[in-house]
Design a binder for this molecule. Structure first.
Ligand SMILES: [Fe+2]
Length: 340
């Protein structure tokens, strides 16, 4: 009885046609298109609903003003779980059920959220085994060749929040999310209770000194999972060949240290970025959350190091005590400097 992942992302955009081109090239399947809306699917059936600003299906109440994902519809595994969640929310939320059975509401901090009883289509990965010194994973067998990516599912979504702790309290106490890790000064990673993904949402600090952060509730990026690094890089080259560029905030290909995930971010005409991801840590309720130095947790490597990653890695990560499961502000100085 739980939230098991992301069923749909609802985008508020200015240019639907540009988003149709973009998400088609990104690898999602176009299901329907009109002048002011479009619907895409990933392999598991999770959806991207693109709506032009002013569309009647956009959430009426939201603190978000700039383009991007204005509502996440979370998938609930059973009607019983849905009834339990709604019974808790009903006393202090205005719950609106639409003709698809999706229940929409807005939090006190202005975020539009929705719930739907939904199960994804099964999707199976079959990545090529690795060869390494002393261990043969493939004998007389080349790696798989593919010519373009098919994103398998929506893995996670990220917004900046003016008050991260307020949002953490809400997702933990009202939607049963678990804290999986905390990144000092940057935010908190949380997992929906019915999934094994390291995080379903990252609650980023809107006041962090990062490009595009402006102190408000704002969409940052959404992540689609692909099979492995090969599919991720084929996806990038597919975009390269169609003339895509990757903006000022371009980390290139890399691997996060926190989550272990391989990543590649692409600026999205619908707002923020979209991310291809692969090989992310999987965890369950026996996982012990950690507190990370912000830059140290960001990456093991990336092809284009940003300035805040140019220093030597600051090996600062600890397991959190139960009383430390909350947002941690940035420290005045990195531990490595303080020790000198
Ligand atoms: Fe991400």
């Amino acid at each position: 009885m739980a939230i098991i992942g992301i069923r749909r992302l609802t985008w508020a955009v200015e240019d639907v046609a540009a988003c149709v081109r973009f998400f088609s090239d990104f690898g999602l399947s176009l299901i329907a298109e009109k002048a002011d809306e479009a619907l895409f699917e990933a392999a598991d059936g999770s959806e991207n609903l693109i709506l032009k600003f002013g569309h009647s299906r956009l959430p009426a109440k939201t603190a978000q003003t700039s383009k991007g994902v204005h509502e996440c519809v979370w998938a609930v595994d059973t009607q019983r779980a849905m009834d339990k969640l709604l019974a808790d929310l009903a006393p202090d939320h205005d719950l609106v059920t639409d003709d698809e059975g999706i229940v929409h509401f807005t939090t006190a901090f202005g975020q539009a959220i929705a719930l739907q009883v939904w199960q994804p289509r099964p999707v199976f990965g079959a990545p090529s085994p690795f060869n390494t010194v002393g261990k043969i994973g493939r004998l007389n067998q080349p790696r798989k060749w593919i010519d373009r990516a098919v994103p398998k599912r929506i893995h996670h979504c990220v917004w900046t929040f003016p008050d991260v702790q307020e949002a953490v309290d809400y997702y933990r106490d009202r939607l049963n999310f678990r804290i999986t890790d905390m990144q000092k000064g940057f935010g908190v990673y949380m997992r929906a209770d019915g999934c094994y993904e390291h995080h379903s949402i990252f609650l980023a600090n809107a006041h962090a000194p990062m490009p595009g952060f402006n102190g408000t509730l704002k969409f940052h990026h959404a992540n689609w999972e692909v099979e492995d690094i090969d599919e991720l890089m084929v996806a990038k080259n597919y975009l390269d060949r169609r003339g895509y560029t990757y903006g000022d905030w371009n980390w290139g290909f890399g691997r996060h240290r926190l989550t272990s995930a391989a990543f590649f971010y692409v600026p999205c005409p619908g707002g923020g970025d979209v991310e291809y991801g692969a090989d992310t840590d999987c965890v369950d309720d026996s996982w012990k959350p950690r507190i990370w130095d912000g830059a140290f947790g960001t990456a093991i490597y990336m092809t284009n190091l940003p300035d805040f990653m140019k220093g030597e890695p600051n090996w600062d990560v600890v397991y959190a005590r139960p009383d430390q499961l909350h947002y941690h502000p940035a420290e005045p100085a990195p531990l490595a400097e303080a020790a000198e």
